[in-house]
Design a protein around this ligand. Structure first.
Ligand code: XIL
Length: 372
């Protein structure tokens, strides 16, 4: 179904009707009942307001078809984020055509289970649908980017309190804040695409928390130091220009073969805190393709890597949230890019493929309890 115009009013009216009819757990605001379940209280019981909220990226297809995975998400997550359902290819597959079914289903699922949902993502170089390559001018690029953000963000106003507005803006090895990664937006708008995207998001939902999400900022080595420096410059320049921005997302796709730069990361986070920006851990997982095959040893090393990272972070700031990029090894992006040479399945996430807790789960729990 194509929905060119779907107002926030429809969305909220739908939600209000559902609430008035007491149909939480059945058809939600979009009429999607794929996630219907009699059990809707589980997340409330495991949410403790004193702890840092935990969340995970989810897949709508698996939530609809795999009931044990679905129950694990409800039991463990206070927040979810769509792994792909709000990216351009899914939600805006052709010029002027929006498809909201999967994103709506996730928003319904979150509401029905009293779980918060984050939005991901609005301005990214990666995974763009083919039609965007035909954008031919600055004016057209601005029209498409702003139009997309207005349409998507206003649809979920009041339902999505926090957005990864800009994802992975930095070049691999940046010289300074203007060394941004090539994208359709950089090509036509240059670095202006950041303020354009952030301002459009703030205009579409003045209450949303706007996050700039980035990766590869936690390790030892000159490339990572350059990335921290460039990111701080970028954040300062946005702040100086009064561009709306509330937080920085550290993706934290941790490579078990690399070394966390505790001092470098802590100095970087102190500067971010001084800019009065929130810190969120948005996509934590531990990429284990270079680790030994033996499962007990590997799980311990994965947990230790995450522990070093979380310790460094939590000594300096209290993250607003800790999200992993998936909950269970049953559904993870890692093997698509980082298969193990020995052919054994990757184990990057807090629950194993049988949904059993791993040492990584316990480490995250430990740091959720820490306060700065
Ligand atoms: C990944 C998804 O997990 C995959 O399913 C998809 O094919 C490609 O994108 N950083 C990000 C995420 O910000 O959006 C990426 O997600 C993983 C890296």
């Amino acid at each position: 179904m194509t929905m060119k115009a779907h107002s926030r009013r429809d969305f909220l009216v739908g939600a209000a009707k559902a609430a008035a009819l007491g149909v939480s757990g059945t058809a939600g605001l979009s009429g999607v009942s794929a996630f219907a379940t009699p059990q809707t209280q589980a997340s409330a019981t495991n949410a403790d307001a004193r702890l840092i909220p935990y969340g995970a990226a989810v897949r709508s297809g698996a939530l609809a078809s795999d009931m044990s995975y679905r129950a694990a998400i409800i039991a463990n997550c206070q927040i979810i984020v769509p792994e792909g359902e709000m990216k351009w290819p899914d939600i805006h597959p052709a010029r002027g055509e929006y498809r909201f079914e999967k994103a709506d289903a996730l928003v319904d699922f979150a509401r029905q289970n009293a779980i918060e949902i984050r939005g991901h993502t609005l301005a990214w170089y990666g995974g763009m649908p083919a039609w965007t390559a035909t954008i031919g001018s600055r004016a057209e690029a601005e029209l498409e980017l702003v139009g997309h953000i207005e349409t998507v963000v206003s649809r979920y106003r009041g339902a999505i309190p926090s957005w990864d507005v800009v994802n992975e803006p930095l070049a691999d090895w940046p010289e300074d804040a203007t060394s941004l990664r090539p994208s359709i937006w950089m090509k036509h708008l240059g670095p202006d695409y950041l303020p354009i995207a952030l301002r459009a998001t703030a205009a579409a939902d003045p209450d949303a928390r706007l996050v700039l999400n980035e990766y590869d900022v936690e390790y030892k080595g000159p490339r990572f130091a350059a990335r921290r420096k460039a990111l701080l410059q970028l954040l300062r320049s946005l702040r100086d220009a009064n561009v709306p921005l509330h937080g920085v997302g550290l993706q934290a796709h941790l490579f078990a073969g690399r070394v966390i730069d505790r001092d470098g990361l802590q100095a970087f986070l102190a500067e971010i805190a001084a800019l009065k920006l929130d810190v969120l851990i948005t996509e934590l997982d531990v990429i284990d393709y270079e680790l030994p095959g033996k499962v007990s040893e590997r799980d311990a090393l994965v947990a230790a890597m995450a522990g070093q990272f979380l310790e460094s972070v939590c000594e300096v700031v209290r993250p607003k949230a800790i999200l992993t990029w998936g909950l269970s090894d049953r559904y993870t992006w890692v093997p698509t890019y980082f298969k193990r040479p020995d052919g054994m399945p990757n184990r990057p996430l807090p629950l194993d493929a049988d949904l059993k807790r791993k040492p990584l789960f316990d480490v995250i729990e430990e740091y959720r309890r820490k306060t700065v």
